[in-house]
Design a protein around this ligand. Sequence first.
Ligand code: ZN
Length: 709
Amino acid sequence: MRLFLIILGVVLPMILLPSELTLAQAPKLPCATQQVVEGALARQPELRENQRRAQAELRQKAQARAQGRVASNDSVRVIPIVFHIFHNNGPENLTDRQIQDILLILNRDFQLRQPDTARVQRVFRPVMGNTRLEFRLARRDPQGNCTNGITRHQSLITYAANENMKDVVSWDTDKYVNCWIGARIDLGGFLVGGYAYYPGTAPAPRYEGVVVAANQMGFIGGSTTLAYRTLTHEIGHYLNLAHTWGSTNEPGVAANCQTDDDVQDTPNCIGVSTGGCPLTQATCGPLANVENFMDYSSCDRMFTQGQSDRMRDALQSTMGSRNNLWTPENLIATGVAQASPALCAPKVQVASTLRNICPGQTVQLLGSIANVPQDTGLQLRWSIPGAVPATSTERNPVVTFPTEGLYVARLLARNSAGADSAALPYSIFVAGNQRAYAAAQAEDFEAPAWPQAGSNSYNRWQADTAESAAFWRRSTQAGWQSPSALQGPADLLQPGERLGIASAGYDLSQASPDAVLQYKYAAAAQTPTDADRLRLLVSTNCGRNYALRILRQGNTGPGAMYTTSRLASPNWRPSTTEWRTERISLQGVAGQADVRFRFELEGGGGAGVYIDSLVVLVSRLTAVATAEARSTLRVSPNPVQGSATVQLPASGLAYRVVNTVGQVVASGMAPSTQLVLDTQAWPAGAYVVSVGGATHMGSCRFVVAHLGQ
Ligand SMILES: [Zn+2]
């Protein structure tokens, strides 16, 4: 499907989630060059003179050529290009291979080498234009260092990318065509495919260049499927081409017959506003060239000779410094003077498919080598002490970690020009021999040692990225019945951004099939239209895969996200009535030796969520354990006066004492098989002490009576 959105102000009803943003399925989005340029001209009227001068210059040159006063200069012009990729490790982080594909399409489009030029309508074949421009990935950065012409920036900017990318990185725009790529190009809520400034109309030189959404690019996943040629279109604008119907926002309107693109061989037309390929369109009289790259049709596959001349003329102009890009000095400075570049030393980056696993599980290590083509005598060596294997010469080896621990992985790359090495920026965390929790054992987030859970330092709550780790926090201001809770400050999330945290492992091998995960949560919106989402997922394989168990979203209905109708501010504190109890069946999970729960919060503008009092409830553990616990758990004396001694079935068990209305009056870890409770301050009445552990669980009722009562 191809979808066009033409009129500024209409917002596509489409919010792509980062993990759901697949490059292959994206609809084609409109170009925003006209809006962006007009915005800049409105804010800086002095730029209008630049545009007027550039247009006049190109008009003069076109006239001189038409009158035969200048010969066409047909020499090949090489132009250095750099891609700045802003990503959050999603599919928008285009691979080096994908960038090479994109560049191939761009050059074929500009050199009339695309196979589909054979399908151009007969009437337009005589005016097809070959620009003889060749774009090459930069081989030297502005400091003269080796580069592969691709810079990568992990940043949440990618979800609302626009001029903000240029504030982070911009290479000298008189030396390179800068191409900035983000997951979503967002002009104040208006999603577009891309845009570029006409020469000299950018607010400052560093903003000259083109911006394109990753999912509007040419090749998909390195395959040979030809998709959108948005980059070709935007570089047309960058070299001072207007849309074929003229410099307006709107294709498809009759008024466009009165505007022109200043190119003599593109017939007067209204432009294609509905997508598709209306080859017979002739609204202004002559047959329209809907196959032109500067129209919005679905069959764009040519520039005209007039457009080609105009772009080459723009490269002769000082406006926007386009005339410096192809000079011999600049080709040397940017390292693209020769088609095959000098060999540079490799630059290593590393990652892994997983960072938290159980003993015996496998992880794939991912090596990426910048600056060098893949086949230039490159030697690779991973070293992963403690893993099996502990070394590898593969680029992406699969390794196993047999025992608990923290593991470092480092990759060394070497060629005849030099060497580089890099280690994973985190340790592979292997834990799970001893689980942090058992059934009936509650996590109330009161322990300051959190995210460590329990005494084994390998038992931890785990965030899977640095962003997640910084995001999910332990609040000591807003707990359920006790001061602390897990806090997810939704106001810090970009719309659609999803950050998760996973619990330490639960040993539910002894839990009955009717086990239920129970927790309290509180969530509030800031405005009536907020739309956060909270997901709970469950893993039974040490966090390798998670399955969704519940999704909370929206304001109303049974699946509603918010637990209060009150509109709140960030860091709000829920009142007692604003907490909701969530109970999730663990059918199919109970009986597993390692169960992990993962909370994911997806941004939608809300005030934030709190989670507390997480516990797996069971009707029984295994018969043996229950009988053992029942036979051993004793409170004496009973009734209690002063202090009570509780005999436990084992040491190191978590305990909890509740009164008749279910309030917790005491909880903690018993230091030994004996627990002493000071009951002097407790009101007289009945209490239940419960203990839980990997193989023990039991409860015992007792009564507190005070003297004289
Ligand atoms: Zn455009």
